[in-house]
Write a protein that binds this ligand. Sequence first.
Ligand SMILES: [Zn+2]
Length: 484
Amino acid sequence: MPSPTLFQSADLSRRMLSTTYTKTATISLHIIDYYSSKVYTTTSPITGYVSINTAKDTNFDTLHVELLGVARTRVDGVRSPTKIYQTFLKLSMPIRESSYPDNHIFEAGHSYTIPFHFVIPNHLIINACNHSTFTGAIIDEHLCLPPSTGIWDRDDLSPNMAQVEYSITSRVIRDHQVSGKQTPIMKAVQCIHVLPAFAEQPPLNITKTDRLYTMSKTTTLRKHALSSKLGTLKVSATQPAAVMISADGHAASTTSTLLDLTYEPVSNQAAQPRLTEVSCKLVTKTFYSAEGIATLPNLGDWVGPYGAEGQGSYANNTRLSSMPVCNFQWRHNSTPQGLDNSEYASNIGTDLENCGGSGTGLRRVWDNAPPVYYTGNLQIPIKLPVDKKMFLPTFHCCIASRVYILSLTVSVAVARSSSTVTLQVPLQVGVVLSTENEDRTEPPSFEVTSEEAVAGSDPGPRTLQIPEDEFDHDALPAYRDVVL
Ligand SMILES: [Zn+2]
């Protein structure tokens, strides 16, 4: 048993601390149906009670029971690390004045229980994002609850520089007689796992300025490095449908991306390349900032202009698959449908120049027969190893973001040489909305809570009972202040 201490540090409290005690007082948090790996999602109820026992009469002024959501970032700059935190969620359990014990004194030898009931909300209130942003769409993103980080039973690929923590926190407060300064004299913290629902969003509108992604790439194929061109291979990818994680984080849907390939040989006699392998890895990217982020950091050139000062990112690679390609067939196209004829002619002209000839020879080939090009498709299945790692949903909160990139490498062989093309495609990870809580219409009863507290206690407990008419399952407890 640890040595008695009244106030635990934040780091220690992360480790599932539910009870703090001194030689004269004990405050405990009890969450009904709680276990260490319990996962709360959107609309999940969190019901329980705070238990307080004192060995001597203890004066206090107020008691707070809160559901807190806090994001923390640390940015290592040139001068010194910058650490900030944002309390993006603060739900306070309302406690009526009439519910407090007489004279606000916890009497020695008595047990007190304070029931609480929270519901994980769908969204944050508008004040949770109060910094400047470029568009309203960014604010909408920032008003989604981010997932917990760093406390899962599997690696969630989160760096220490960006952490999100949810907790039930209870504090007994005493006001200073003169200054009015509030001092917590008892405190208990219980961290909880929160995995909010994230619906699938429309595909990103990716442009050439979005450096993180490469949706299409063209490469020149040659017999060997110093030889003339054999042709041009273009590989493009579609954005896959989102991978949807179950509400407990232990299952995931599969998805796939479609690769479109086009090969333009410099002559009708050139051999088509042979696809040999497609490998796929998942790049997990976490962005973090020492101030409110005004844009989506995965678009544009977010990190570049700012360098290490005030912003940063952390990447982690997960190998997904490496598949040999066995049954790929090129489709022969004798008329360049869908191709830009002028561009095509231009390419041929460039090829001829590179060959160092007058171009008449190859031109004669095209003149005698219509130009050909080849197309093909490959469907690449995507399955995340959720049994080995915890894949948090794609999210953007005010000071941190998580995105995923599929890195797809297509290997081809032509003549005696080989070549690769790598694309970087966005992969969205969402979380399904649990239907488990839909049927909950009755407010929780706290009689059980009181009875549990009664058992074995002598004298009987004093319960700071919230009248049952205070509970409205459809209405969330009111938000109090939101601090940035
Ligand atoms: Zn914001």
